[in-house]
Design a protein around this ligand. Structure first.
Ligand code: UGA
Length: 434
């Protein structure tokens, strides 16, 4: 049985490791965070990702999956090492690669057998994979080889397990064709198209895919603003566009815009890559501006509808950057809440799972209250604002919720509920896009 080490057990590393174990490989997950490792040894997942807990539990019990904080020990048996550590945005907007570099250096100093180093972390093209290859060539003992293979991930938070087992494609970038083929072979049971290419193209494919999806979202949000001016309905427009197979209907949901740990970081990093290499990207700049503008637009709509925000009570439903996750990184809701509080409003908020994480990052505010459910959050509010597309919000008893509110204004930032039905229930409906 092939032994695979996974460095970094965040949602990408842990999902990749648990899914590879489910496919029958022996996987050791490794992380510098010992608390996380101790939790995982007891099959406790330190974040919310549907379907991951049973997978971890099953494969731990079957002995195919284990966890350690000792990266050196793992390198005695591993034939492949997946590097899945974070690449957060650095001060210039470019990706901070220090965690990847530390992992590569660990491999170089502790490997005792030939192995393949697989970069799953998102790293910019234009010399970085070459840099890591040079470190390995320079620092590994002379009898060992460790070719680098770039294998970007396309796992959405909230459906990462599904996306692993049913990928649209797997992209593998390698200078060493045999190493690339060995990595591609891991995924053979998934029966999906596998693209074997060079490392830079694999790296750019990842950035370009995320940036394209982000651009689609900003595009439809721009169309939403035009739709409002000309009396059109952006949801009908998106439907009409999406039926064209060349366009496709996904990622055309107008609303509060994108957040999360990936799109904001990767669009910014791709713009930084362009700058660094002597060109600039007007398109990516516009994608980011439009996205930031949607958050301000939400606040303006509420302010205009309520005749100012000073002293008003707002109910904000949803804190996570999207449904089915407790991740609040770059979550639009947090920005909106900060702007509302700064402008004198009191906010009562509720999220099915993300409140604890939000409290870690949102500065405490005397006018910000975290509630136990949507009805408690709505009580006494002048307006309610839907910031996350949780199914739970669609299924609320809106009559009951309306009766608890002081006002009747609702702003649906995610196109989640039918405005017509809401109007029939006595609500005054606002939208970010008409
Ligand atoms: C994204 C990509 O979809 C994954 O393929 C990629 O692997 C991942 O980034 C990554 O780079 O690790 P994720 O950030 O989990 O995945 O979330 P998405 O489902 O793509 O949604 C991103 C944001 O766009 C969310 O805030 C969502 O609410 C928003 N969105 C999405 C819209 O505003 N409108 C849409 O039509 C679709």
């Amino acid at each position: 049985m092939k032994t695979i080490a996974v460095f970094g057990v965040g949602y990408v590393g842990l999902t990749t490791g648990a899914c590879l174990a489910e496919m029958g490989y022996r996987v050791v997950g490794c992380d510098v965070n010992e608390t996380k490792i101790n939790l995982l040894r007891q099959a406790q997942i330190p974040f919310s990702e549907p379907g991951l807990a049973p997978l971890v539990e099953r494969n731990l019990s079957a002995g195919r999956l284990s966890f350690t904080a000792d990266g050196r020990e793992v390198l005695h048996d591993a034939e492949m090492v997946f590097i899945c550590v974070g690449t957060p945005t650095g001060p210039s907007g470019a990706a901070d690669l220090s965690q990847v570099e530390a992992a590569v250096r660990l491999v170089a100093s502790a490997a005792t057998r030939p192995l393949i180093v697989i970069l799953k972390s998102t790293i910019p093209p234009g010399g970085t994979a070459e840099h890591f290859a040079e470190i390995l060539a320079r620092e590994l003992p002379p009898q060992l080889t460790a070719p680098i293979v770039v294998n970007p991930e396309f796992l959405r938070e909230g459906s990462a397990v599904h996306d692993f087992f049913f990928p649209d494609r797997v992209v593998v970038g390698a200078w060493d064709r045999a190493a690339g083929e060995q990595v591609a072979a891991l995924y053979a049971p998934l029966r999906c198209p596998v693209l074997l290419t060079d490392p830079a193209s694999a790296q750019l494919t990842k950035y370009a895919s995320n940036a394209f999806l982000a651009a689609k979202i900003s595009f439809i949000n721009e169309v939403g603003r035009i739709a409002e001016q000309v009396g059109a309905n952006v949801y009908a427009v998106a439907q009409g566009m999406g039926l064209d197979e060349r366009i496709g209907g996904d990622f055309l949901e107008a609303g509060l815009g994108y957040g999360g740990s990936c799109f904001p970081k990767d669009v910014k990093a791709l713009a930084a890559i362009a700058e660094e290499h002597g060109s600039s990207s007007a398109l990516l700049g516009a994608v980011m501006d439009i996205n930031a503008g949607q958050r301000r637009l939400a606040v303006e709509k509420l302010r205009d509808a309520l005749g100012g925000l000073e002293g008003k009570n707002l109910c904000v439903l949803g804190l996570a950057f999207k449904a089915d996750t407790d991740d609040v990184r770059e979550a639009p809701a947090l920005d909106v809440i900060s702007m509302l509080c700064d402008q004198g409003a009191s906010v009562r908020t509720y999220d099915p799972v993300a409140a604890a994480r939000a409290q870690e990052v949102l500065p405490p505010h005397s006018r910000l209250l975290y509630c136990q459910d949507a009805y408690e959050a709505a009580t006494g509010s002048d307006a309610a604002f839907i910031a996350t597309d949780w199914k739970e919000f669609r299924d609320l008893d809106w009559n009951r919720l309306g009766s608890l509110m002081k006002g009747n204004t609702i702003l649906d930032g995610r196109g989640l509920i039918s405005p017509q039905q809401m109007r029939e229930n006595g609500f005054r409906c606002l939208a970010l896009a008409s």
